[in-house]
Design a protein around this ligand. Structure first.
Ligand code: SF4
Length: 477
């Protein structure tokens, strides 16, 4: 291999990060355009090993610049069928990360690649070698692919022209699971492809829960497990249903325990707070709890500004990823918004308070009509005060929850103090900022109120203290 390509090629380079200072060129990503796509084709349509490039090659690109980038692979073989396209496409992430000096992130039209200065200095000056290495890995690892060719595009106009059709292909794939639900099947599918980045992550893909990368739905999992049962996608027998609303199943819990090496033993597929699904880092959208307002908000990769809690997608993605169950944050695929079981254990859409406008518009038809106008976007609220005012103004269902929780809290306090309980049915003014109790296990986002009795659990935290000043308390003797 070393002689064939001007770079090393090995799974040991998976997880290699190429930091800003080491980047020679950046391809696609949040500040540019691009996509990756796999299409099933007839045997006679594919020129095996064929490579075509539309646009400039690496040798024509200036150091430090950013370029649009798209990859279209065609696969053929007697066992190749359109059902396998998504699953083969997802392996592109895997295989391209085997290339030393190449970093591939995300999927579909969110792909983001970097080529390092070091790799270019060692002779990586053409996309052809990357394409040939990738196709070799595809054919070695997925023997049902008998023939394969690829078109890479770095021409901005060409990518722009093809994007609408490509997005329609993704949407058609996603729409397939609309009429199939968790209750209709006995088998879910697991995926461990991202364990190279997040060692304890196990994605569970069900008819009502698309993978958090958005690239694999239940049909894709089934097709992959059928052609490659020893591969990274595999069947999970549901087993006994332990809780229908939150989506807890004995079979999923067993798989979680063994595949996470004992890191966790319960997963509730449709829960935000209790035993949530793990988040590896490839999620399309991150959900975050706002304890001051008791709502859940969502932000996706395309929204670069801070959300109402003052944090950006990038800030929160760092806290959410890594393959852990982080209570208070959850990574999901966009299509999960369309699920009838969407965070069912925590109120579903009635618990959602904010999301970026372009994201809300994208799933508008799937938001229940009675809540749609009460969910704010950046046009309505950009911080907690304006969001609180919006929720009150729109009579968001959570506002009545504030009153109930406030009344329950007062009742509890008085009970603890041994005071006879008064009638607390009188309404609590919604203007009073509710001091919400945090869900069990909530790991703070840094904006928790200063009331006593809150225990902060910092997991995997690195704390740097610049200066410590110790002063004697004036009242102390
Ligand atoms: S995010 Fe999940 S489903 Fe998608 S590739 Fe990674 S492990 Fe597989």
């Amino acid at each position: 291999m070393a002689d064939e390509f001007p770079f090393e090629l090995s799974p040991m380079f998976e997880g290699e990060r190429i930091r800003k200072d080491s980047v020679y060129i950046e391809l696609a990503g949040p500040k540019s355009k691009g996509f990756e796509l796999v299409r099933a084709a007839e045997m006679d349509e594919v020129e095996d090993g064929g490579f075509t490039l539309i646009g400039p090659d690496i040798s024509d690109m200036a150091e430090g610049d950013r370029y649009p980038f798209a990859m279209i692979y065609r696969i053929a073989g007697s066992a190749v069928e359109p059902d396998l396209e998504a699953i083969v496409e997802r392996r592109n992430h895997d295989f391209q990360n085997y290339v030393s000096g190449l970093m591939h992130l995300n999927q579909r039209y969110d792909i983001w690649l970097r080529i390092s200065k070091d790799a270019v200095a060692k002779g990586l000056n053409s996309f052809e070698s990357i394409a040939k290495a990738t196709m070799m890995l595809f054919k070695n690892e997925l023997p049902f692919i008998e023939k394969m060719d690829v078109l890479y595009i770095t021409d901005a106009e060409e990518i722009e022209k093809r994007l609408p059709e490509v997005k329609t292909i993704y949407e058609t794939r996603d729409a397939r699971t609309r009429d199939l639900h968790d209750d209709d099947v006995d088998t879910f599918y697991g995926c461990t492809l991202c364990q190279s980045f997040a060692p304890t992550n196990v994605c569970v893909v069900t008819p009502d829960r698309v993978s958090l990368c958005g690239a694999i739905n239940w049909f894709d999992g089934r097709a992959a497990a059928k052609v490659d049962p020893e591969g990274p996608q595999f069947a999970i027998e549901k087993g006994e249903c332990l809780d229908e609303v939150s989506g807890e199943y004995a079979g999923v819990n067993e798989s979680a325990a063994s595949l996470s090496q004992g890191e966790y033993s319960r997963i509730k597929l449709h829960s935000f707070f209790e035993y949530p699904h793990t988040s590896c880092g490839c999620f399309e959208v991150v959900g975050f709890y706002i304890p001051e307002l008791d709502v859940i908000a969502w932000v996706d990769r395309d929204y670069a500004k801070p959300a109402p809690n003052g944090l950006t997608f990038a800030n929160m993605a760092g806290q959410t990823g890594g393959g852990k169950q982080i209570v208070g944050f959850l990574g999901i695929g966009i299509n999960y918004f369309r699920s009838p079981k969407f965070i069912a254990a925590d109120g579903g859409w009635n618990r959602v308070g904010w999301m970026p406008k372009h994201l809300k518009d994208r799933v508008l038809d799937d938001i229940p009509g009675d809540i749609v106008d009460a969910i704010a976007t950046e046009e309505d609220a950009t911080d907690l005060d304006s969001l609180r005012a919006f929720l009150i103004d729109k009579k968001h269902p959570i506002v009545s929850g504030w009153k109930e929780k406030e009344a329950a809290k007062k009742k509890e306090k008085k009970k603890d103090a041994g005071v006879k309980e008064p009638d607390v049915s009188a309404a609590v003014a919604p203007e009073a900022m509710p001091a919400m109790s945090l869900p069990a296990g909530f790991v703070g986002s840094g904006s928790i109120g200063s009331g006593g009795g809150v225990r902060l659990i910092l997991k995997n935290a690195k704390i740097t203290i610049g200066q410590v000043i110790v002063k004697q308390d004036e009242d102390d003797d």
